[in-house]
Design a protein around this ligand. Structure first.
Ligand SMILES: Cc1cc2nc3c(=O)[nH]c(=O)nc-3n(C[C@H](O)[C@H](O)[C@H](O)COP(=O)(O)OP(=O)(O)OC[C@H]3O[C@@H](n4cnc5c(N)ncnc54)[C@H](O)[C@@H]3O)c2cc1C
Length: 291
């Protein structure tokens, strides 16, 4: 079973490909401890990357009292969650004091004076601390020359297999889903793939095929989100149910392929119930009605 995960992608590769020591990333416990130490003096921070991780890091830094700028090559969170939720998170972030800069691909320039972030239009930003959250890279280097890689990628079949005696699961693996072959570097995806791959290893073709059921959560800028179903969603939700507080709600989007995505924002709900809402069809009346 190959489950070697992935590592943070870096904007700047330094000597021996280890990256620059001035570019902080967040992947391991050591990264987290270093980041916490560097934040102790409340430095100004530029976070590069408007995905869930960049937004969570920016939110944490802001919460600590740092002056924070988020640099994103598109609307934050829109690629992952769609425009509607991306806007909701970004608005909340700006209200709390985050400076958001949306432009093209940013670069890092280093000198003895420090690290500068150079935007696509040439604008330079300075900060005491630069944290990048620009995606991950599968840990497959150690498999070079094994013939398990196809175009540098580990591609498993619907039972997690690379061969009858070797399976792969988690952030390292590309697997077939109803939306094509993809790598889904998320916690529950890794766990579900691993279960399917273990059975695939033991039972071969008699093992059930893996059916990917997307589940994702994130928490930033006072918004706690749980989502069941494929993302990103297009447009505004088809269904809205307010929660007890003004910022708490249940939402549902109907996709053109007939599947649904259900999202809870600041709304306590067990995942199986959220899944029921996702599967409820185009016009669920209320959650209470469905239970
Ligand atoms: C900061 C952060 C926040 C996240 N937040 C969320 C979230 O909110 N929700 C969510 O769903 N997911 C989240 N994720 C993603 C989630 O953590 C991963 O999807 C999950 O850890 C993947 O599990 P894995 O076992 O495939 O890989 P990993 O957890 O990366 O584990 C792989 C292990 O294999 C080791 N390894 C690598 N190469 C070798 C080798 N050659 N020999 C031996 N060991 C090796 C690695 O050191 C590592 O310990 C987050 C990830 C990060 C970094």
């Amino acid at each position: 079973m190959i489950a070697s995960g992935s590592r943070a992608r870096r904007l700047r590769e330094g000597a021996q490909g280890k990256g620059s020591s001035r570019e902080l990333t967040l992947r391991t416990i050591e990264d987290a401890i270093l980041l916490r130490e560097r934040l102790a003096s409340r430095p100004s921070v530029v976070v590069i990357g408007g995905g869930p991780l960049g937004m969570e890091v920016a939110s944490g830094c802001l919460h600590l009292g740092c002056e924070v700028t988020l640099v994103s090559d598109g609307k934050p969170l829109a690629r992952q969650l769609g425009d509607y939720l991306g806007h909701m998170f970004t608005s909340s972030a700006i209200r709390q004091g985050l400076r958001v800069v949306v432009g093209g691909k940013a670069r890092l320039m280093e000198s003895d004076a420090g690290t500068r972030v150079v935007l696509a239009d040439g604008t330079e930003l300075e900060a005491d601390l630069v944290v990048t959250a620009v995606g991950d890279e599968p840990n497959t280097d150690w498999l070079a020359g094994t013939r398990l890689l196809v175009d540098g990628a580990l591609r498993v079949d619907t039972r997690g297999r690379l061969r009858s005696d070797i399976v792969a699961a988690g952030d390292v693996a590309f697997f077939p889903s109803s939306r094509g072959v993809r790598r889904v570097p998320l916690w529950t995806s890794a766990i579900d793939q691993a279960k399917a791959a273990a059975v695939g290893l033991l039972k071969g073709d008699a093992a059930p095929e893996f059916t990917f059921q997307p589940y994702f959560w994130t928490e930033a800028f006072g918004l706690s989100l749980k989502s069941v179903g494929f993302t990103p969603m297009v447009g505004a939700p088809d269904y809205f149910e307010p929660g007890e507080d003004s910022d708490s709600m249940l939402l549902r989007w109907e996709d053109k392929d007939g599947s649904g995505t259900a999202v809870a924002i600041n709304y306590r709900i067990p995942v199986p119930k959220l899944r029921r809402l996702a599967d409820a069809g185009p016009s669920p009346r209320t959650l209470a009605h469905m239970m």
